[in-house]
Design a protein around this ligand. Structure first.
Ligand SMILES: Cc1cc2nc3c(=O)[nH]c(=O)nc-3n(C[C@H](O)[C@H](O)[C@H](O)COP(=O)(O)OP(=O)(O)OC[C@H]3O[C@@H](n4cnc5c(N)ncnc54)[C@H](O)[C@@H]3O)c2cc1C
Length: 472
């Protein structure tokens, strides 16, 4: 089997097939694994994540993947989400003693950044999601509606939209509410916050992202396969309706019984021969997928400015602040062996960061620094030792209303050609969970075509508590 692309989708497919006894050859264009969810060393020697990545308790396939490759212990789960508004009001979301769907009721009632009127409106919308097991009738309309439209129909207050729905969904889906399919938005609340007690728990890696994939290469090599770096595929050869080979630089050619392309949709579109792209809507429609950006801002302070592992900021450009120093744990030396000081490394995340794409980096640093100092009093006296900004213009595909009709299945009309990637049809938005699901589905497709069926896809987290009384 040949897998092209060493992101989570390609790795999930490659590891699953290798574990089923197949010889997998994985080709990755870069010198490391992880794709968009990776880390690397900056020119100044600092090892940084491409951007902070988090998972949730409801991401059952990503969890399964981390277990397969021995990385589950590199993810730390947190039960408490902390929110801070510019007035210094704190709000927490945490499961209490009540069963689902009431497990968050206590912390929600005490959530200071929202007024009673906002909370009633949110509770009303939650009830609609609950009563319909995450599928309100509005989702069956012939034209998909946006999340903002659905919230308006649910008569949500302005503050509930800004300080609750938008805060959770822009970071979960990397898009503004008016450009998000309501199905995706409602799904987040049903799967993570309502149907069970644990779906909302946030998992944060306690190592740089690239270290999560150490076991992948091993799993593939154990079964006689290999991972080849710096190997960009340049051409996809198709004859008589089937793939015959893939071509690399210097006319090198490789062939196999099946090919899984787990590369971004734009890169795949460039490889598929024009005639085939035009003749099959699954390939032609890829041009309709739009990109959404995420910006990461990295701050190194000369001292500790917060003890919290992570914080969500309300009403600011900065959406999340991650305390990388606390997450990575105490260290006496950095990864290059240099002694570390008592400083603190924070990573800020801004999803759907369209407004920042054209802004100079220094302007972004100044803006975020002001917001961090406003939110964290200890940062006001701290010196910013250094900072860096990483803009990802094509971080994810935009989950705009109706986007699912552009997402192709993993099995294609071309023999021996399979697709994987967060952009393929998984039902999930562009997330690590979506990428792993796509890889598992592609691997299942390969085995089905070979006449042996096996299931890799893990079921969703089941409903629990009182929700089991009516959820199917
Ligand atoms: C800034 C940012 C923040 C994010 N935050 C989160 C988060 O908190 N939680 C979450 O769940 N998701 C998050 N995501 C989304 C998540 O990273 C992606 O959904 C997931 O990693 C996609 O994996 P993939 O394998 O589908 O694609 P990719 O990771 O893009 O992998 C594709 C691979 O193919 C390789 N490739 C491309 N062309 C070729 C070629 N011709 N030949 C060989 N190799 C090739 C690439 O180098 C790459 O390694 C974030 C994404 C970004 C960018």
């Amino acid at each position: 089997m040949i897998v092209i692309g060493g992101g989570l989708a390609g790795l999930a497919a490659g590891v699953a097939l290798a574990e089923s006894g197949y010889r997998v050859r994985l080709f990755e264009q870069r010198p490391f694994l992880g794709g968009r969810a990776t880390s690397y060393v900056l020119p100044d020697g600092e090892h940084v994540d491409n951007c902070q990545h988090v998972t949730l308790g409801c991401c059952t396939n990503l969890d399964d993947f981390y277990r397969r490759v021995g990385s589950a212990n590199k993810i730390k789960f947190f039960d408490r989400l902390l929110f801070l508004d510019p007035q210094g009001r704190r709000g927490e979301m945490q499961a209490g003693f009540l069963p689902a769907p009431f497990h968050m009721t206590g912390s929600f009632a005490r959530f200071a950044p929202l007024a009673l009127k906002d909370k009633f409106s949110i509770a009303r919308a939650m009830l609609t999601i609950l009563r319909t097991s995450g599928h309100p009738r509005d989702l069956d309309e012939s034209t998909a509606i946006s999340m903002l439209e659905w919230l308006r129909r649910q008569r949500q207050t302005k503050r509930a939209i800004e300080r609750f729905w938008r805060v959770v969904l822009v970071s979960a889906l990397d898009e503004e509410l008016d450009k998000t399919d309501a199905r995706y938005g409602i799904d987040v609340f049903w799967k993570a916050f309502l149907s069970n007690r644990t779906g909302y728990r946030m998992g944060v890696p306690v190592v740089p992202l690239a270290e999560l994939y150490d076991g992948c290469r091993l799993a593939i090599e154990k079964k006689g396969g290999e991972v080849q770096f710096r190997s960009p595929v340049r051409r996809l050869c198709i004859e008589d309706g089937g793939v015959t080979a893939v071509k690399f630089d210097n006319d090198r050619e490789e062939s196999a019984d099946a090919y899984i392309f787990a590369i971004p949709h734009g890169a795949f579109s460039d490889l598929i021969p024009e005639g085939i792209r035009q003749s099959d809507p699954a390939f032609r429609n890829l041009q309709n997928l739009k990109d959404a950006p995420i910006t990461g801002v990295h701050f190194w302070f000369d001292r500790e400015v917060t003890k919290e592992p992570f914080i969500t900021l309300l009403d600011t450009t900065t959406q999340w602040v991650f305390n990388k120093t606390a997450l990575y744990g105490p260290a006496t030396a950095d990864r290059n062996g240099k002694n570390v000081t008592n400083g603190q490394y924070l990573q800020l995340v801004i999803s759907a960061s369209y407004d920042l794409l054209q802004k100079p980096r220094q302007e972004i640093i100044d803006l975020c620094l002001k917001e961090v100092r406003q939110a964290l009093p200890a940062a006001r006296d701290a010196a910013l030792v250094k900072a860096t900004v990483i803009k990802e213009a094509g971080a994810t595909f935009s989950p705009e209303p109706g986007v699912d009709r552009w997402r192709p299945k993993q099995e294609t009309s071309v023999h021996r050609l399979f697709l994987a990637g967060d952009w393929t049809a998984t039902g999930w938005p562009a997330t690590m969970e979506g990428a792993v699901r796509s890889g598992y589905l592609a691997a299942e497709g390969v085995l089905k075509a070979a006449g042996s069926s096996q299931r890799f896809l893990q079921p969703d987290l089941g409903a629990d508590g009182l929700v089991t009384l009516w959820a199917s």
